[in-house]
Design a protein around this ligand. Structure first.
Ligand code: ZN
Length: 323
């Protein structure tokens, strides 16, 4: 029997992940990953994309494939094909990625921003399946997101909607990558959170009990990253738990503003750091509830994403079907 297979590709700054997805069965049949080579320029990245797609297609019949969906960082134009200024990609201002891949494989190709693709993945196959409207947050290296309205991604008139990481929570706050001050990302993005944790550890009074974080990095505070903080928290370390609860509280400040503007009630949170556990979700929920308008308050729900790092692959694959 002929199946309807779709290829879903998730382009990251270091790795390109891809899968062959059977949409009807909601299953990833096989997966591959390759290096992105983002620092070598667009042609190197395109070569890697070709490579992973070829590898993925190898085990299947060509006529079973209905198309290729690609999630990429940066802003994706309304043509769902052109990718503009992906951060950490050398010499990449504007590349019509979709057209290049389409020529190579002679299949329909749909490109979408990576966070939007992950949001769509959760909407169709994951935590958002029961909700027509929700805010999706991906909390990892940065803070990204997607807005799902009526089961569709809200892209904005120019394709750039959903930049939740640059919601200001303090107009005098720390300088952010984007040039603005006090964005939520400049508090809880991977690099910023690690740095703040290091500073706080250094400021702890000598007689305070030693945090597990210090043991986990063997005394080298330069090695602190959110993953380490969440491992320490899981082991019951009160300092690590406090760091993550505080980060959750701050994220809640940003989320509350967005819910108020969009009249949304449901928030799905995914990404590496969100795997840290219940106390992070409790902190986010408490913070959001205390700040949203009264009309929204009783219905607010903050729920963990379900698909982990396969959300991007599922979402990218489903782009083809939605077109
Ligand atoms: Zn910013």
């Amino acid at each position: 029997m002929k199946r309807n297979l779709t290829i879903g590709i998730d382009v990251g700054a270091t790795t390109i992940k891809g899968g062959v997805v059977d949409i009807v069965e909601s299953k990833i049949l096989s997966q591959q990953k390759v290096d992105t080579f983002a620092l070598r320029g667009p042609s190197a990245v395109l070569q890697q994309l070709n490579l992973i797609i070829k590898e993925l297609m190898l085990e299947y019949r060509y006529d079973e494939f209905t198309g290729i969906g690609i999630g990429a960082p940066g802003i994706v134009d309304n043509d769902n094909s052109t990718v503009k200024n992906p951060p950490n990609f050398t010499d990449w201002t504007e590349v019509n990625l979709g057209e290049v891949i389409k020529k190579e494989f002679n299949l329909p190709v749909v490109v979408e921003n990576d966070a939007n693709a992950a949001a769509l993945g959760e909407a169709k196959f994951g935590a958002g399946i029961d909700y027509q409207n929700f805010l999706f947050i991906i909390w990892g290296t940065g803070v990204g997101g997607g807005i799902i309205l009526d089961n569709k991604i809200y892209r904005g008139p120019f394709g750039g909607a959903g930049e939740i990481g640059h919601t200001t929570i303090d107009y005098n706050g720390p300088l952010c990558n984007c040039g603005n001050r006090g964005c939520i990302e400049s508090y809880i993005g991977q690099r910023y959170l690690s740095e703040r944790t290091r500073q706080k550890l250094e400021q702890l009074p000598k007689e305070a009990p030693q945090s597990k974080i210090i043991q986990l990095v063997k005394g080298n505070l330069g090695l602190i990253e959110p993953y380490i903080i969440s491992v320490a928290a899981e082991q019951g370390d009160p300092f690590a738990k406090e760091i993550l609860s505080e980060a959750g509280n701050l994220l809640g400040v940003a989320i509350a503003s967005i819910l108020n503007v969009l009249d949304l009630r449901i928030v799905v949170v995914g990404g590496g750091i969100s795997a840290a556990g219940e106390y992070v979700f409790n902190a986010i929920t408490k913070s959001v509830r205390s700040r949203v308008l009264t009309s929204i308050k009783p219905d607010v729900k903050v729920i963990p994403a379900k698909l982990g790092n396969t959300a991007g692959i599922f979402g990218a694959a489903s782009l083809v079907i939605n077109k």
